[in-house]
Design a protein around this ligand. Structure first.
Ligand code: FBP
Length: 261
């Protein structure tokens, strides 16, 4: 395992807080509290997340002082919801800039099946090369999406994405979980030596969310990289404590929910 994978994981497990939704979705995801990056950085620190993922502008202005206790994962591309046609997300931040900001890892989203997938493969390929030269980990957000994709959540497409991320050299691949446990295990197998983590999705109730985290652990995911289910929660640190117990203490969602209620 490369050193920087160690620095964004604990016990070979990732608990990453994602905060790039302001770019991807816009202010509709935010309320009066979580619109403030400090609010989310506080959750990352006090909740003992193993890394925080954000865009470079946020990292530059907010990741300082005690917030640096949480390792930094800088996203190098992004697209908005004000974009039509097959999805493409181009690199807007260099690996060098991410390193200067203090990142341990860099992230990049690929839309598998988009007419523009080759552009994203090429950009991510160069990112992997540069990141590894600089000792940074390369994380691939891999989402099947576009005119060639009938079902973004089909097991076959998720597993295909996991494999491509592995073959492109990603250290970590982040995918959505479609709830099909054997199918997701197949995706883990296809990711092979690339660690697979799951995204959280739009906010659901704590019970469903914690059961999803438990399922991810069961099918062999190396952790999670979630956002809205934590920082949109009324009790973000309580939900985070539950996630930690599942990921690091092998507790069942059931046991945690008993204590939580
Ligand atoms: P959530 O846990 O809030 O779903 O975040 C995971 C994530 O991958 C974010 O990093 C990203 O902004 C978002 O989902 C993109 O998802 P989509 O493109 O499906 O809206």
């Amino acid at each position: 395992m490369m050193d920087n994978l160690h620095s964004i994981s604990r016990d070979n497990t990732y608990m990453i807080l994602a905060y790039d939704q302001g770019f991807e979705h816009g202010p509709t995801d935010f309320d009066d509290s979580n619109v403030d990056p400090y609010y989310v950085f506080d959750i990352a620190r006090h909740g003992k997340f193993t890394a925080i993922a954000c865009q470079p502008g946020i990292a530059e202005k907010y990741w300082h002082g005690d917030y640096k206790d949480t390792p930094l994962l800088v996203k190098l591309n992004g697209k908005t919801r004000l974009q039509s046609g097959d999805p493409v997300s181009r690199q807007h931040c260099s690996v060098r800039r991410a390193q200067e900001l203090g990142a341990s890892a860099v992230g990049y989203t690929i839309y598998l099946g988009s007419e523009h997938q080759q552009t994203m493969f090429q950009e991510f390929g160069s990112i992997v090369e540069q990141a590894h030269e600089m000792g940074l980990a390369a994380v691939c957000w891999m989402y099947p999406r576009g005119s060639n994709v009938d079902d973004e959540m089909a097991t076959e497409n998720i597993a295909y994405g996991a494999r491509i991320a592995h073959e492109l050299g990603a250290d970590i691949v982040k995918v959505k979980d479609n709830g099909d446990e054997p199918g997701m295990h197949w995706a883990v197998r296809n990711a092979a030596q690339t660690d697979l983590v799951v995204a959280g999705g739009s906010k659901t109730d704590p019970e469903t969310f914690l059961r999803n985290v438990e399922r991810a652990s069961n099918f062999g995911a190396s952790g999670i990289a979630v956002g809205r289910n934590v920082w949109q929660s009324e009790k973000p640190l309580k939900i985070t404590a539950g996630v930690r117990r599942i990921l690091f203490d092998d507790m069942q969602a059931e046991e945690i929910l008993d204590v939580m209620t």
